[in-house]
Design a protein around this ligand. Structure first.
Ligand SMILES: Nc1ncnc2c1ncn2[C@@H]1O[C@H](COP(=O)(O)OP(=O)(O)OP(=O)(O)O)[C@@H](O)[C@H]1O
Length: 609
């Protein structure tokens, strides 16, 4: 059959129709997408705010239910996980009812252990609520072969894992290539833009060699990159390509419009002072996720803030996986408000940019340097930090892509958020790079990343003496000791409590990660900023921030508010409301040739979202 090239011309042809259909599409419900009522009930139970599909869900769900290969490229926080998980679970309802398989029917492959746990949890909560007999296991490279064997012996319907772990299972004979070929129906590559940069190319090739032709493949990604294209060629057959406009071309929308971005110019030495002012004067809303580029800096910051009575926890690649997962759970549950994360991916990105990642991963030197760090750890990418209102770049990320992914931890789903970047003279260049990545020049800059308006010079200066005096007491030795002590504690907790928590998950609440590191409690004069030190303008700003927070019930998930704020965005500027669909050539031709009424409806539904 001849395949004709059909792309932008056809999309332009239907632009008028799209406008007419806007309202109708806007109102599409999960039921209308063809989802099983059990899943819809599960969504209602899981989270009352999930009542309406996001745009990526509106288009991807029907296509996946129809068995199409799909590449979905949509910005961070746009709901890509449920976009594939819901139809996948529905398809498993049917598959698991048929003959028992020797190997899992579906694989979801993600780049990090954290993501494995996040996706596994989301899947398990869906199937629990649906009350169906589906079994999911998560497999990580940390598991010894006998554990992997036991997990797979229960014949799970779905495996959530990393490519490295699946390759390990194949080479150890824990998974048989022949049974994959017999049983695998669906393969999902989530965070696809990261899989290759994490060095998983060979692992993926080891699996694709055994992929049956019938296997439906889904590729989810927050950015569009050469890596995604490479994966697409490696794994998919003539897929539908769903692209939110900001991912390609309109880069200034790569960050949700509901995230306000600010920056503050300050010297490196003054960063502690500025972050103190932001937090202590309550000029930013909680919860706050703070990024540093080194683990030592995260501890220095944690110790410094502690002296002023601000408790925080750290998250980095050095911690045992159990601890990291638990820190995430606690932060997501709202047990503490400030989390300082060190983004190890930044190092990977930089190495990749130098073209040296593949080499360095192999080299002994690199292996030694990374010995203590978990190579499957990704603090930023894809992790669904819940209800983060503010992201602070204490250190600027090393690339524009890193910036997008960091800021993408707020404003998720339909919630609102803000970011504040502390930019030193050395970091001005990266700020400029970020601005030009977004397509802005100096004149447009003010709209995109604007100077933070709430912190006056007077307010900063009023805290200078205390901040500088206290910073002096956070010495290198103190940082080293705190870091070692924290690691010791976490390892101890992690090992000792692993078995206990398995049996008593509720006891997890007892283990706190934002415990005070220093032996002495914060001095009263540092804990509370005396009134005479407060600058009136900043005091007023702080009051406004508190009011705003109170108005929201400090709940970033408030559905009513969200719907309200949503409607304020102009449709064509709201990245949650529009994107393009590129159908496979064969499919487009089929539609042109044989559109009946029903087909026309489906066709419209796919295009005009
Ligand atoms: N239809 C919906 N309505 C409201 N919230 C939703 C909806 N779908 C998903 N969410 C919520 O939005 C948040 C972000 O979703 P998700 O993690 O799937 O984003 P993502 O697109 O995968 O982002 P990333 O690229 O960063 O991984 C989650 O907390 C999720 O529960």
């Amino acid at each position: 059959m001849a395949i004709t090239e059909e792309k932008p011309a056809q999309e332009t042809e239907h632009k008028g129709e799209e406008a007419e259909e806007e309202e109708e599409e806007e109102e599409l419900t999960f039921e209308q997408l063809g989802l099983d009522p059990r899943l819809i009930r599960a969504l209602n139970k899981k989270d009352i705010s999930i009542t309406k599909p996001t745009p990526i869900q509106r288009v991807a769900i029907p296509l996946i239910l129809e068995g199409k290969d799909v590449v979905a490229r949509a910005k961070t926080g746009s709901g890509k996980t449920l976009a594939y998980l819901l139809p996948l679970v529905q398809k498993l309802f049917a598959i698991s009812g048929s003959n028992r398989k020797l190997a899992p029917s579906a694989f979801i492959l993600v780049p990090s252990g954290e993501l494995c746990q996040q996706v596994h949890k989301e899947f398990s909560s869906l199937i629990d609520s649906c009350k169906v007999q589906l079994k999911a296991v998560q497999l990580t490279t940390k598991m010894p072969d006998p554990d992997l064997r036991t997990a797979l012996a229960g014949l799970p319907d779905i495996v959530v894992s990393t490519p490295a772990c699946v390759a390990k299972c194949l080479s150890a004979g824990v998974l048989q290539s022949s049974s994959i070929n017999d049983s695998l129906e669906i393969l999902v590559l989530d965070e696809a833009d990261l899989l290759l940069s994490f060095g998983y190319e060979n692992d993926l090739k080891a699996l694709t060699a055994f992929l049956p032709r019938r296997c439906q493949c889904l590729l989810m990604s927050a950015t569009s990159s050469a890596d995604v294209d490479k994966l697409k060629k490696l794994i998919l057959h003539n897929p539908y390509i769903l692209t939110l406009p900001e991912v390609e071309g309109v880069k200034d929308e790569a960050i949700p419009k509901n995230v306000q971005q600010f920056w503050i110019s300050c010297s490196n030495q003054d960063k502690l002072l500025h972050i103190l002012a932001l937090l202590k004067l309550e000029l930013v809303q909680k919860k706050v996720l703070i990024f540093t580029n080194s683990i030592d800096m995260s501890f220095r910051l944690r110790l410094f803030l502690e002296k002023f009575g601000i408790k925080s926890a750290v998250l980095n690649a050095e911690l045992p996986q159990n601890s990291r997962l638990h820190i995430l759970e606690e932060f997501n549950a709202g047990l503490f408000d400030y989390l300082i994360a060190t983004d190890d991916n930044e190092t990977k990105e930089k190495e990749q940019a130098d073209g040296s990642l593949a080499e360095s991963r192999k080299s002994k030197r690199h292996a030694k340097a990374k010995q203590k760090l978990d190579s499957e750890f990704g603090v930023v990418r894809g992790i669904d930090f819940k209800n983060v209102h503010t992201v602070i770049n204490y250190d600027m990320p090393l690339s524009a892509a890193g910036y997008v992914h960091r800021i993408g931890r707020t404003g998720r789903g339909y919630s609102t958020g803000a970011s504040v970047s502390l930019v030193s003279t050395d970091e001005m260049e990266i700020l400029e790079d970020i601005k030009s990545f977004f397509g802005g020049d100096d004149s447009k800059d003010s709209n995109l990343i604007s100077p933070f308006p709430l912190l006056t010079k007077n307010a900063v200066e009023s805290l200078r003496y205390r901040a500088e005096d206290t910073a002096k007491s956070v010495t290198k030795v103190a940082v080293r000791e705190a870091r070692a002590q924290d690691l010791r504690n976490e390892i101890l907790n992690s090992e000792k409590l692993k078995a206990h928590f398995k049996a008593n998950p509720k006891d997890l609440d007892l283990l706190k990660h934002d415990k005070v590191l220093s032996k002495n409690p914060p001095a009263p004069h540092l804990r509370d900023v005396p009134d005479y030190l407060l600058d009136p303008t900043t005091k007023e700003a702080s009051k406004m921030v508190k009011l705003a927070r109170a108005a929201m019930g400090n709940n970033n998930n408030n559905s009513a508010r969200r719907q309200g704020s949503r409607s304020k965005f102009k449709r064509n500027r709201d990245p949650l409301k529009s994107f393009s669909v590129e159908a496979p050539k064969r499919a487009l031709k089929g539609k042109r040739e044989g559109q009946d009424g029903d087909n026309t409806r489906k066709h419209k539904r796919r295009r005009a979202v």
